[in-house]
Design a protein around this ligand. Structure first.
Ligand code: ADE
Length: 244
């Protein structure tokens, strides 16, 4: 990392940039889309670090097995506790203060509040589940926080990990620049964001709402607030405080 330490570095105890270790059977999926655009430039600039770890490197048998049949029977395979434990212990030795996260559809839903907290911390150790899941003893004994990115099932935790990291990295100091858009965007205000318009003034016969061209900043702010509430009421009534 370059430059003078900032206030944001303090909350990481001066331990350097946000560091993500990602434990996966498919390390070639990383950085993937996080290697381009905002996140990619920040990665190159050393504003965050990414360390993919191949779980299979910690298998101990000749065939490098990482999974086995579920105890009690049933379909599919389960990731072995011993192999994953060895991978976690190598990636995050004792004293590593980074939260340990398991990407799984069984987890608590990811929220912007959790993303913000992660971005303020030293980094994350992210385990990407595959198959029918992970031996539950591993989850408890290594203190994994189970996180889901939504109520649908992906073929593995890798894309979910990319989603989580994308949401975190854009909040890191210096990544979005001095962009004030972070303060009004969806979820940061508790509401979905109001609709946006730009040129041309008329598109296929439909004009931009005249209030936005009025130059009256008070009216514009009020219109945006009302639109944010309308959109939130229509699409995500669960986000509104009771009685709104
Ligand atoms: N792995 C598979 N599906 C997932 C989801 N919805 N969230 C997080 N990890 C997953």
């Amino acid at each position: 990392m370059t430059g003078v330490p900032t206030a944001a570095d303090d909350v990481r105890d001066g331990a350097g940039p946000f560091r993500a270790s990602v434990l996966t059977l498919y390390p070639e999926m990383f950085p993937g889309p996080l290697g381009v655009s905002l996140a990619g430039r920040a990665l190159e600039a050393g504003r965050w670090a990414l360390e993919p770890v191949q779980i299979r490197d910690f298998a101990t048998d000749r065939h490098r097995h990482v999974d086995d049949t579920p105890a009690g029977g049933g379909p599919g395979m389960v990731m072995r506790a011993d192999v994953l434990a060895a991978a976690i212990d190598a990636a995050a030795p004792e004293g590593d203060r980074r939260p340990r996260i398991l990407m799984t559809p069984r987890g608590r839903p990811l929220t912007q509040a959790r993303v913000r907290a992660l971005a303020a911390g030293p980094g994350a150790v992210i385990v990407c589940g595959r198959f029918e899941g992970v031996d539950d003893r591993l989850v408890r004994r290594r203190g994994l926080e189970e996180v889901s990115i939504g109520d649908y099932v992906l073929s593995g935790g890798e894309i979910a990990a990319l989603v989580l990291l994308d949401a975190v990295v854009r909040l890191l100091p210096g990544v979005m620049g001095n962009d004030a858009s972070g303060e009004t965007e969806s979820f940061e205000t508790g509401l979905l964001e109001h609709p946006q318009y730009t040129r041309p003034p008329v598109f296929e016969g439909e004009p931009i709402p005249p209030v936005l061209l009025s130059g009256d900043h008070g009216r514009i702010a009020r219109w945006r607030r009302e639109e944010a509430e309308r959109v939130t009421r229509e699409r995500r009534p669960d986000l509104l405080p009771p009685g709104r």
